[in-house]
Design a protein around this ligand. Structure first.
Ligand code: ATP
Ligand code: MN
Length: 168
């Protein structure tokens, strides 16, 4: 069996939930360790169908607004994490519209991503659910490795003898 292990391109999809922010920091640390590029991808749900010129203008304005917001929030994450500007050289920020899981997979395929780092949960974050729906779909369908990052207050669901339910 031939095992290929290459981490030159890391993708971190982010919805700005706490868990996805954790994933962002892990992705950056991995990126630094492997000297890889890190793509930060935010997927916005498209607002409405745009038929009229007015709708199209609204959509364009909305996209611009979201883009500005995403860039600002990523900059904030760099500051909060005490990350130097040098770390930013290999980081790209991308915004796409559509279904998150589909756009994540499409992006990974198009950009030949080696590793996707994402939260096990996101904004909805129903803790009793084992895994968020976007992550579930990505893990099932991705051509590359996927690393999931747990929320801080993660609890082990089942009783595994010798394993405490809560992390110390
Ligand atoms: P739900 O299935 O109800 O949405 P959830 O919000 O807890 O539950 P997911 O949406 O699967 O779970 O979120 C898990 C991870 O997927 C997030 O931590 C983030 O990495 C990624 N993700 C989710 N939504 C987006 C998005 N709109 N853009 C980019 N990444 C996203
Ligand atoms: Mn979600």
């Amino acid at each position: 069996m031939e095992v290929k292990f290459k981490v030159e391109k890391v993708l971190v999809p982010i919805d700005f939930s706490d868990t996805s922010r954790k994933a962002f920091y892990v992705a950056l640390k991995l990126g630094r360790q492997y000297d890889a590029t890190v793509d930060v991808l935010h997927v916005m749900e498209p607002i409405a169908s745009f038929d009229s010129a007015e709708d199209m203008e609204r959509q364009a304005n909305e996209l611009k607004r979201v883009e500005d917001g995403v860039h600002r929030r990523v900059t904030d994450l760099f500051k909060e994490g005490g990350l130097a500007e040098v770390d930013r050289r290999k980081v790209r920020v991308e915004i796409r519209a559509g279904k998150p899981w589909l756009e994540i997979l499409r992006f990974a395929w198009q950009n030949e991503t080696d590793l996707i780092v994402m939260g096990s949960h996101g904004y909805t974050g129903v803790k009793h659910m084992l895994i968020g729906s976007q992550t579930d779909k990505v893990v099932r369908r991705a051509h590359c490795m996927v690393l999931t990052i747990k929320p801080d207050d993660f609890e082990v669901e089942s009783d595994i003898s010798g394993v405490p339910k809560k992390k110390e």
